[in-house]
Design a binder for this molecule. Structure first.
Ligand SMILES: NC(=O)c1ccc[n+]([C@@H]2O[C@H](COP(=O)([O-])OP(=O)(O)OC[C@H]3O[C@@H](n4cnc5c(N)ncnc54)[C@H](OP(=O)(O)O)[C@@H]3O)[C@@H](O)[C@H]2O)c1
Length: 318
């Protein structure tokens, strides 16, 4: 088969379409013939040489895909050759075929086409596991989503609205904030013009900035607030005044999805299928796709994400 490979770390131009060995369906795995994958920030970091795949994962980038099952390995039940699926991956989505643990498969939701389904696994699993399984956002509470127009942000806004929360977002342009408003966001903060701590007192914050926002995030939190850090775009090291955390009885958590063991990923994917899939099939939540381009043009997809001109997901089709 062919895959996008990273012969050496560097700019988007290092991404190379090359012939590689076909994947094999191991115990508990299926092989998916990929229809589409998506560009995630983690792929950009991997390409630059800053984010190695976890042990045992495919060396090729791509944390999610959609496609058809081409082969079913030993010990897999409930899935058959030809089934249309999407999947959460530890890597290897930028390829014609990928081996996937069966616990990380999801059926293509009704009303979503096969290519668009590639926009769903990473954002639904990340948002559900953090905002709901870690931070326990409840109806009537307020969620602040940093980077509301990102792939992650567009899903977080919709899921929080669907469960009856108030949603605040930060973004860097009027166009991006307008897109968040269309998805249901109630409070819009252009972080280039306004300090978010003056605009909202959130019960939960989904943060992708890390160090640069840590103290201000805790300052902004309501009493009993929960901050979940999932991205480190603003650095890894910061000082925090614990007195603020203590007086608010607040909590700070941080998680990463990719290196988790298969069983944990399967539990998250199961929860997504139970709680998020019905919302998508009812039309209450939808995948937001900025653009779709051929996988062989992955370099261009990486440039788009690095320039951050996109709203939602950038998809790559095989
Ligand atoms: N921990 C995990 O398991 C996990 C899983 C998936 C993703 N992530 C992380 O989640 C983040 C979003 O991922 P993605 O794939 O959705 O990326 P993406 O679409 O490229 O989004 C990145 C976003 O960051 C925003 N941004 C940059 N500086 C900002 C600031 N100072 N304040 C607020 N927003 C700012 C950009 O918006 P503007 O143009 O408006 O600045 C852009 O929308 C990434 O950091 C990624 O690494 C973590």
């Amino acid at each position: 088969m062919y895959a996008i490979t990273i012969p050496q770390p560097g700019g988007p131009e290092v991404l190379t379409w090359a012939e590689v060995a076909d994947p094999v369906a191991g115990d508990g795995e299926v092989v998916v013939e990929v229809a589409a994958t998506a560009v995630n920030r983690a792929d950009v970091m991997q390409r630059r040489g800053h984010y190695d795949p976890p042990p045992g994962a495919s060396p090729y980038p791509g944390l999610e895909c959609s496609g058809r099952i081409a082969e079913v390995g030993p010990g897999v039940s409930g899935w058959s050759v030809g089934d249309e699926v999407c999947a959460l991956l530890a890597g290897g989505g930028y390829a014609e075929k990928v081996a996937v643990p069966a616990g990380q498969l999801l059926p293509v939701p009704k009303g979503v086409d096969l290519v668009t389904a590639a926009a769903l696994p990473e954002v639904t699993a990340t948002v559900w596991s953090n905002v709901f399984m870690v931070a326990h956002l409840r109806p009537g509470e307020t969620l602040l989503v940093h980077g509301g127009s990102s792939g992650i942000g567009t899903m977080a806004v919709q899921l929080a609205k669907a469960v009856g929360a108030t949603v605040a977002v930060t973004a860097g342009s009027a166009e991006k904030l307008a897109a968040c408003r269309e998805l249901g966001a109630d409070i819009l903060v252009n972080y280039r013009e306004q300090d978010f701590t003056e605009a909202v007192t959130p019960d939960v914050i989904l943060d992708i900035i890390g160090a640069k926002y840590l103290q201000r995030n805790v300052d902004a939190l309501a009493v009993n607030g929960r901050l979940v850090v999932i991205g480190l775009q603003g650095g890894t090291k910061a000082e925090l005044n614990l007195a603020t955390l203590l007086s608010k009885r607040a909590a700070v958590a941080a998680t990463s999805l990719r290196p988790r063991p298969r069983e944990e990923k399967a539990a998250i994917v199961g929860a997504v299928r139970e709680h998020v899939w019905p919302l998508i099939e009812a039309g209450a939540v939808r995948p937001v796709v900025d653009r779709t381009m051929p996988l062989v043009e992955a370099a261009e997809g990486h440039r788009v994400v690095e320039e951050s001109t996109h709203i939602g997901k950038v998809l790559l089709t095989v």
